[in-house]
Write a protein that binds this ligand. Structure first.
Ligand code: FES
Length: 185
């Protein structure tokens, strides 16, 4: 999906909810008054949780709100892979494929997930539930192989049984709720 919007163009209407701006303000307050740009990662995270992804409008709004060059926000959003620059499924599954996880069968877990979901990396299931991503070391090598769900919840020691149980749980969660929750995004 491609949205054409200049990185210097601030959206005319509100991009985020009042609650999201309050959360960003709390992050800004953690830094000296002349360093509000230091809250950029938190602001992008808060915006992504609300909007679902870091759209060009979100980047432009965060830049304007923090008083920093839009290209600097874009650099942050494109450097860290927890930011989604395109819409994802409700559950983003990011599998670590770095060496310690690879040595503990991460590639087998990846192939299992691909087969069960019928998608490859950077693809989303037709029902919009799952997006599969490849990730870097998550600092949990002792639990290898690991996977992150929506950047928040860690799934350790991914065996066939644990993958099956997790997918069943997430599908049940989706059936039980039609709205995104903090735990679901
Ligand atoms: S290599 Fe996978 S968590 Fe460190």
């Amino acid at each position: 999906m491609s949205v054409q919007l200049s990185l210097t163009e601030r959206p005319s209407g509100p991009v985020l909810s009042a609650e999201a701006y309050k959360k960003i303000d709390r992050e800004i307050a953690k830094y000296p008054a002349d360093q509000r740009q230091s809250a950029v990662m938190s602001a992008l995270t808060i915006a992504q949780r609300e909007v679902g992804w870091v759209s060009p409008e979100v980047e432009a709004e965060v830049a304007a709100y923090l008083g920093m060059p839009p290209i600097a926000v874009h650099e942050v959003a494109t450097f860290y892979n927890m930011y989604d620059l395109a819409p994802t499924g409700r559950f983003k599954l990011t599998v670590c494929t770095n060496l310690p996880c690879a040595l503990r069968n991460a590639n087998y877990a990846v192939e299992t997930l691909k087969a069960k979901l019928g998608i490859g990396f950077n693809e989303t299931t037709a029902d919009g539930l799952f997006t599969l991503k490849e990730g870097e070391c998550m600092g949990a090598c002792g639990d290898a192989p690991v996977m992150l769900i929506n950047n928040h919840r860690m799934c350790s020691w991914m065996s066939d049984d644990r993958i099956d149980a997790l997918l069943d749980e997430l599908r049940a969660e989706a059936r039980g709720s039609t709205t995104r929750t903090e735990g679901g995004r």
